[in-house]
Ligand binder design. Structure first.
Ligand SMILES: *[C@@H]1O[C@H](CO)[C@@H](O)[C@H](O)[C@H]1NC(C)=O
Ligand SMILES: *[C@@H]1O[C@H](CO)[C@@H](O)[C@H](O)[C@H]1NC(C)=O
Length: 576
């Protein structure tokens, strides 16, 4: 008996040691693989880049640095491509533990950076909406606490200036992250998650009649005046006991209120009623715009429609972003998550089109959309119809807690898919974007900042965060000597804008004639497609340059960036 125990202990000891060494060796091997082997293999076999990306061999969230810009952007991986996707701009709001700054993000169809900002807190729901005939970029920004938020809604014009800020109305009411929808009447629909008390005895387990819930409230607010026009509370119409969400600790204390309903989208229909989505009731419903009464429900426990698709039109769960795709035809679109930890209701998430016939009281699934890797997203997600420049109808889907977006034909064929984090890390939700939208047109010219130029390693880099109208960059140089009054800017080089950041080689930094002095100052002019000047960059001052004898050119070895694009000669002429 004792011997056997001893043997077992010894065996356990050795198994522990050996497996420890094996694990350490495996990690070391992965490290070596990542550092040495991966770049070489990708160089030899470019086709390996996408699978390596998804295996997180470049990290869960691979980012791109810039010389002339101090923020990073995700390096995306295209896993499916069709040229018909190669147009427009994509609006994202990356957040999650792997994301450095959780701001708004616009990228082009290929994933190249257009605009990002660290001037806001966590951002969600970045998109373009029309208010009084003018387009605005709108988003929520504030503090995210678990699955809800307390913040405000911002509306930016095409110069990236916030021109309207909208807030929830009422004492202690804060705008929540889930919805900010501008109506054609110049009002905004927004969500408020409000901690309050409710009778939870129906939930059992000794919950009290003064238990704690997070109420799902939505408001319609006049944007111009901030006046509250309509308000609806889920707790007036639904009982927490009917929620599909479970939380064994929820509802007992103020610190852990029970989020029983979880409203996540609102839309006003042509009759003035509201279409809303309740994630925790697995239900899409319409609320009477006058009385607040629930007019009908699709999905969930109180589903009122006969399902013509063997349950597939009404068995969606934990869904997001319910919209009228075609109100006349009765077609809804929504993002069916199918999963909310610990409830696995479906093997993968899908975008859905559902046709409702109110006369016959029937619902039919007319189309579904699945990602290439059958992503199962526990939260977030969006479905958006987009019209291509050629007039084709596509469907653009943001996969929510899975860091991916994709474009489909209306028939459900996947055309394009882009990952902005490794798919092997989707389950851990290291990176996510609440929603993702594609806009064919967005024209931005920043008012508050100029193009930014910087020198590194003999090259001058230039970028202009958010500027969409730049077609060419023109490099200007000037030689100013102390005894001269005025330096003349000369055209040194011109380059077509190439992605977010464009660089000029500064091999030749001096004037044309033999033995000329090196340029003292550089600036870059942002030109539009007709080569009209849009704006000058900051000025770069060359502090020290060395004459490269063999190349017969100057190499800048020290330089300084000036904040504004005006030359303060009195300050800088002493440098030469
Ligand atoms: C980046 O630059 C902007 C503008 O100069 C500044 O406001 C911001 O704090 C900087 N961010 C970081 C992360 O350095
Ligand atoms: C939020 O809850 C508080 C406390 O119950 C209540 O007084 C207030 O009216 C609620 N606000 C909204 C907008 O529902």
């Amino acid at each position: 008996m004792t011997n056997m125990l001893l043997l077992d202990r010894r065996r356990i000891f050795w198994i522990t040691i050996i497996s420890g060494i094996a694990i350490a060796g495996f990690i070391l091997l992965l490290f070596i693989l990542q550092l040495l082997l991966v770049p070489v293999l990708v160089y030899i076999f470019p086709g390996l880049e996408a699978p390596f990306y998804d295996l997180a061999l470049f990290g869960a969230y691979r980012t791109q640095d810039y010389v002339s810009f101090n923020l990073t952007s995700p390096q995306t991986s295209t896993v499916r491509w069709d040229d018909s996707c190669d147009q427009g701009y994509i609006f994202l709001d990356p957040s999650g533990p792997a994301v450095g700054h959780r701001g708004p993000l616009i990228v082009d169809a290929q994933g190249g950076l257009i605009w990002t900002s660290d001037q806001f807190q966590t951002t969600t729901n970045l998109k373009v909406q029309t208010y009084r005939g003018k387009e605005f970029m709108t988003f929520w920004s504030g503090q995210k606490a678990k699955t809800m938020g307390t913040g405000s809604y911002y509306m930016m014009d095409d110069t990236y200036r916030v021109v309207h800020k909208v807030d929830a109305v009422g004492d202690g009411a804060h705008g929540d992250l889930h919805e900010f929808k501008i109506t054609s009447e110049g009002t905004a629909l927004l969500t408020v998650y409000n901690k309050t008390q409710a009778d939870l005895t129906g939930m059992g387990w000794f919950r009290s009649d003064h238990g704690w819930i997070v109420d799902s409230v939505f408001q319609e607010v006049d944007i111009a005046t901030g006046a509250l026009l309509f308000q609806w509370k889920a707790s007036d119409h639904f009982s927490a006991a009917d929620s599909y969400m479970t939380n064994p600790f929820g509802g007992y204390t103020e610190g852990i209120p029970f989020d029983f309903f979880h409203i996540n989208s609102i839309e006003k229909d042509r009759n003035g009623n509201y279409l809303i989505s309740s994630r925790h009731f697995h239900s899409v419903m319409t609320i009477d715009g006058q009385t607040g009464e629930v007019l009908w429900q699709l999905g969930g426990r109180s589903d009122e429609f006969e399902d013509l698709s063997d349950g597939k039109a009404s068995d969606f769960s934990w869904q997001h972003d319910a919209r009228w795709l075609d109100e006349e035809e009765g077609i809804l679109s929504l993002f069916d998550n199918g999963y909310a930890w610990p409830h696995y209701n479906a093997p993968y998430s899908q975008g859905l089109f559902i046709k409702i016939d109110f006369e016959a009281q029937t619902a039919e699934l007319t189309q579904s959309f699945v990602s290439s890797g059958h992503a199962l997203s526990s939260s977030q997600g969006s479905v958006q119809p987009v019209l291509t420049e050629e007039g084709e109808e596509h469907v653009f889907i943001g996969w929510g807690s899975s860091a991916a977006f994709g474009e489909f034909t209306m028939e459900g064929e996947l055309l394009c898919e882009t990952h902005f984090a490794a798919s092997s890390s989707f389950w851990w939700e290291r990176v996510k974007s609440y929603r993702a939208f594609k806009m064919l047109y967005w024209s931005g010219t920043p008012a508050l900042w100029d193009p930014s130029a910087a020198i590194s390693d003999g090259k001058l880099y230039v970028s202009w965060n958010g500027a969409t109208e730049v077609a060419y960059w023109e490099l200007h140089g000037t030689v100013i000597v102390p005894e001269q009054e005025q330096g003349q800017w000369q055209d040194v080089d011109v380059a077509e804008k190439d992605g977010f950041e464009t660089s000029f080689s500064l091999q030749t930094v001096s004037g044309e004639e033999e033995g000329a002095r090196p340029y003292t100052y550089f600036r870059v002019a942002a030109l539009d497609a007709e080569r009209n000047l849009i704006r000058y960059s900051n000025i770069i001052i060359t502090i020290a340059a060395l004459w490269h004898y063999r190349k017969r050119s100057w190499k800048i070895v020290d330089w300084r960036q000036m904040a504004q694009n005006t030359i303060d000669r009195t300050k800088y002429q002493k440098l030469w």
